[in-house]
Design a binder for this molecule. Sequence first.
Ligand SMILES: [Fe+2]
Length: 488
Amino acid sequence: MKLERLAPVITSLEPSNHPYLNGAWTPLHEEVNVDDLDVIEGAVPLDIDGLYLRNTENQVHQPLGRFHPFDGDGMVHQIDFHGGRASYRNRFVRTRGFEAEQEAQGSLWGGLADPVALARRPGYGAHGALKDSSSTDIVVHAGKALSTFYQCGEGYRLDPLTLEPLGIESWTPIDGISAHPKVDEATGEMMFFNYSKYPPYMHYGVVDRTNKLVTYIPVPLPGPRLPHDMAFSANYSILNDLPVFWDQELLKRNIHAVRLHEGIPSRFAIVPRHGSAQDIRWFEAAPTYVLHWLNAYEDGDEVVLDGYFQEDPMPRPHKNAPAGFEHMMAYLDEHSFRSKLHRWRFNLKTGKTSEAHLDDRVMEFGMFNQRYAGRKYRYVYSTTSKPGWFLFTGFVKNDLETGESWSFDLPEGVYASEAPFAPRIGARDEDDGYLVSFLMDENTGRSECVLIDAKRIQDGPVCRIALPHKLCSGTHSCWADRSQLSAG
Ligand SMILES: [Fe+2]
């Protein structure tokens, strides 16, 4: 193992008892390059060739108010598998906000849980008073990595191999890009959306495989909404207008309070991939909130969409949380929301929706083989979480054809990150590959990367690779085969 440390970033963060600034959520500030990582168990497989990229929130400065874990500065972690060896590197996303706070040597913006008046500079995104941390999601499109922010920030491009910054994406619209742009590996296109407080409140776009914005259309909504994710089938993109959004009366006073609006259904916009606003068809469904979708595909007259249906999108504050964190902790707990694997079917002929749970366990942050994106698929890999916490404790594989499922639980005190599917070289079956995840081990204070054979997830990791420092828990990740790095 050869380790190179970069010059440290300036940090003003002080110790605290914040539940999401300690333990597996302790921010990491160190940036390193490591060649030839040490293997703890098994061997680095020769039959994968590509990158696992993961974005995390790592708070650099002392918060101005009450820190929320989605406020932390974006950091991209990359592990590169090639020829039976693995290397690792990590870098902060050098956003405008990150650079401004490095210069100021302290926080300039409040966070999601703070009043807007805390911001010392104009903010970014739909909220308008937050720092664009580019900390939520990462995809590889047109041969480059793209990190994004859930409140609709600018698109930050990085070299996926070196993690060197390549600047702000020139086609970023004025309303920004939400987290969860979706890449269709079959065409190389990337679908995205944004949302804002101003009419038409949502837009949808497509960027082609050469990184040219080719479609950008309004998706008019009745008012400001808070969509988080989108999906696509081979011919359609699916956007959502769900009844969980900022209280409209409070918003007039610039107070951002999210609530379930009783009596309003969920609505789904189905739009041809390169369609116009006139082509949008709306479907109604049971009220809920959905943080993340899985795949979508066309089946006869129907568009099928899978995702995680929240049974309680407005959970009660957690009584047992540390004082002052009761509300925040409830809203970070999948067991509060009771998010369940769910399928919606939108009939394009009748305009009707049918829907049902596919599993009754609490799950979220699901992955599937991206080669099947937009097509009929069979396997979903979800994460399970620790009740009360935003911490991943294991994985469930669902066979959507037979209804069978398999699961793997991590040991107590060991937490995973979102685990995308890495197909084996020459794979024939949909589940011929590995789940790739970083672990945060609170028992040893260390992190590792694990590979789990997707055909037998119940057996646990087939390879464990030591990482040079303990990572912070975070949100989203992706797998990119090496062939995708030269696209565009
Ligand atoms: Fe997300």
